[in-house]
Design a protein around this ligand. Structure first.
Ligand code: FUB
Length: 365
């Protein structure tokens, strides 16, 4: 009998070792707020992860668990510039939590830039989706000509590891993919980002490598828009044309470039609340988070207002998620490092007002 137990123990240990060898390694990285030594009192909420730098959190519930798909910030020693070269990220880690206040598990490296056949550099803000038994990780990375494109990688597990497709998504460009799946099962990708995200360099489907580093529109012209495309049934490409995400005033006028506090800059997200489509985003070089509501996932969207004031740090990037009938915003700031490119992800509650606006969140007290 003892021999049998020993044999079972040996087989189990061998299995654990071999599984560990073929999967990304998993470890609990925080019970939230542990490991912080500096004064934390001025911040609305505390970092979810403190042992590596994380940013741009896209959160989803898969199989009853919360999964976070963030960027993995590193200090590559590259000086700051308007191209965003200092954001030189090289891989993704995926995190999970059983509940909003629960412990945070790091599932290890899920995808590396070196394993993406067409990639050059800079793995920026990702998102994930699930369809027909497969998880899809969508990511922006510069190709070998230094042009941002969107890629997709597949896995049978929400925590990866993910395997990248051989080529970028046809017709994709710029950064910050956010994939929303509607109640009818149709998915849409929202994307785009100005300055380092290169959106201003694209005109009529053509990339201008000598184009402006910053906003290229005239101040009195309609602002550059985020983009939206319907996803193909296999989730690997776009089905139809890429369209502008139109954000209009209550009078139906497109927001203008000079309207820095309201116009789009980067960091799109989409969620559905009480049958309405909420397009949320970071505003033109002022970095408020703003919301706009539409009756269709393709828009147009009527501007509703700011719902989060700027965080500490130059960038603002978020996702919005319902967990057990309550709504939350995942976001980042630079609490731990106080450096633009070394950020940490956070979560706090989000409240929808009856008039369609979202209650203002003050990330710094
Ligand atoms: O993380 C790199 C870039 O910074 C993201 O793509 C933007 O949304 C901003 O957060």
């Amino acid at each position: 009998m003892k021999k049998q137990v020993n044999k079972i123990l040996f087989i189990s240990a061998a299995l654990v070792v071999s599984l560990a060898g073929c999967q990304n390694s998993t470890k609990v990285v925080s019970t939230q707020n542990s490991g912080l030594t500096k004064d934390t009192s001025k911040f609305l909420s505390q970092p979810l992860v403190t042992d590596i730098y994380t940013a741009d959190p896209s959160a989803h519930v898969f199989n009853g668990k919360i999964y976070i798909y963030p960027s993995h910030d590193i200090d590559a020693g590259i000086p700051e510039n308007d191209n965003g070269d200092h954001f030189d990220m090289r891989d993704y880690h995926i995190f999970s939590m059983d509940s909003i206040k629960g412990k945070v598990t790091d599932h290890g490296v899920a995808l590396s830039v070196k394993d993406i056949p067409w990639a050059g550099r800079q793995l920026w803000a990702p998102d994930a989706a699930f369809k027909n038994g497969t998880y899809y990780l969508y990511f922006p990375v510069k190709d070998k000509k230094d042009v941002f494109r969107m890629g997709v990688a597949l896995s049978k597990s929400p925590s990866g590891p993910f395997k990248a497709e051989a080529k970028p998504i046809e017709g994709s460009f710029s950064i910050d993919p956010a994939v929303f799946t509607d109640d009818d099962g149709v998915s849409y990708m929202y994307f785009g980002g100005i300055w380092g995200g290169q959106l201003q360099r694209w005109k009529d489907g053509q990339y201008d490598a000598n184009g402006s580093k910053t906003d290229s529109q005239k101040e009195d012209e309609p602002a550059l828009s985020a983009k939206v495309a319907k996803m193909s049934a296999d989730m690997l490409g776009f089905d139809g044309a890429v369209k502008d995400v139109q954000i209009v005033t209550k009078e139906g006028k497109l927001l203008l470039t000079k309207d820095h506090d309201r116009r789009f800059f980067e960091g799109s997200w989409m969620h559905k609340y009480k049958g309405q489509y909420y397009f949320t985003y970071s505003t033109g070089d002022t970095h408020y988070l703003a919301s706009a509501i539409g009756h269709s996932p393709m828009g147009p969207f009527v501007y509703q207002g700011t719902f989060m004031n700027p965080v500490q740090g130059w960038t603002s990037h978020h996702s919005i998620l319902e967990v057990n009938k309550k709504w939350y915003i995942f976001y980042h700031d630079t609490q731990i490092s106080n450096k633009t490119h070394l950020r940490n992800i956070k979560v706090t509650e989000l409240v929808h007002n009856d008039d369609g606006t979202i209650k203002l969140i003050e990330p710094i007290k």
